[in-house]
Write a protein that binds this ligand. Structure first.
Ligand SMILES: [Zn+2]
Ligand SMILES: [Zn+2]
Length: 296
């Protein structure tokens, strides 16, 4: 409640930042792509949202930002008008969990790995509502028997963060990889401060490759829907850059020396949220055990 009073005050007295903040989402449209019977992905602003829909109700995998909740709910309802029963968070970052409080207050049960709840709880300030925290947590995995499919959730260790999960629709042959997979729109973000590591990201890509085939459709955390071939290219890029950075470290090179070798040059990944140089920095620090890293 206190936070809402503060927000109302801010509208009255500091109009420019508030207007700018709202403008950021005002023009965002939620685009729906159906992938398989009962499975879709929603693209908007923030992490891609997986949807299971059908007679049992709707599950959302991630929920982007709070100002988009109404649009996200409308897009989900257009697929199936049963209530949103669960929201599953692939990890704790705000571009994947920002809608939690709105959905939780509306009666949706929020689920995530234990470390997602712990990190979201640690970020709460005095007076904040705890309505956005996951109410069901797990350590290794959980399975939804839902909408005629088996939706298997696996925790993957120290990948993008220390609380990542990948979500596998076994029947529909669809996988949501959260931010362990950035498909072409940016270099990977590895949150070293939150327990991420390059080896964990590589292991996650390998694990999904081992459980997929040419027909598998893969929802990345960011970027367009992917095939196994796209994930294979991503995996091979990760290995090549990890090996290049490691060779530099073994030769006694500084981070700047390794960055000057343009290891990312052969790839068509965009310089998005994370630049190639910033990704090389993350790999270097992950391999040397440093955690002092921020994306900007
Ligand atoms: Zn993200
Ligand atoms: Zn993330």
């Amino acid at each position: 409640m206190f936070r809402h009073i503060l927000a109302a005050t801010a509208v009255a007295t500091v109009t420019v930042p508030t207007a700018a903040h709202q403008d950021r989402f005002a023009g965002v449209e939620i685009e729906t792509q159906e992938i398989a019977p009962g499975v879709a992905v929603l693209f908007g602003a923030g992490g891609n949202i997986g949807v299971s829909y059908g007679d049992d109700g709707t599950i959302l995998v991630d929920d982007q930002y709070a100002p988009l909740t109404d649009k996200i709910v409308a897009a989900a309802m257009a697929l199936d008008d049963d209530p949103i029963r669960f929201v599953f968070n692939t990890h704790y970052h705000g571009d994947h969990t920002g809608g939690n409080e709105n959905l939780g207050e509306g009666g949706t049960l929020i689920m995530a790995h234990d470390n997602v709840r712990a990190r979201l709880a640690a970020a709460l300030e005095e007076g904040d509502s705890d309505g956005g925290l996951p109410v069901i947590t797990f350590s290794d995995g959980v399975t939804f028997h839902w909408n005629g499919d088996e939706i298997h959730v696996m925790h993957v260790h120290h990948a993008h963060t220390d609380g990542d999960s990948i979500v596998h629709w076994r029947g529909a042959n669809v996988v949501h990889m959260g931010d362990t997979f950035f498909n072409k729109v940016t270099w990977p973000y590895i949150d070293l401060k939150a327990g991420g590591s390059i080896e964990g990201v590589i292991a996650t890509a390998k694990r999904v490759l081992d459980h997929s085939n040419a027909d598998t459709r893969i929802i990345p955390g960011h970027g367009p829907l992917a095939t196994r071939a796209d994930l294979q290219a991503y995996h091979d890029m990760l290995i090549a850059i990890r090996d290049g950075v490691k060779a530099g470290i073994d030769a006694g090179e500084s981070l700047e020396q390794v960055q000057s070798r343009d290891l990312t040059q052969p790839y068509d990944t965009q310089e998005g949220f994370i630049t190639g140089a910033k990704f090389v920095e993350a790999v270097y620090k992950s391999l040397t055990g440093e955690t002092d890293y921020s994306p900007r």
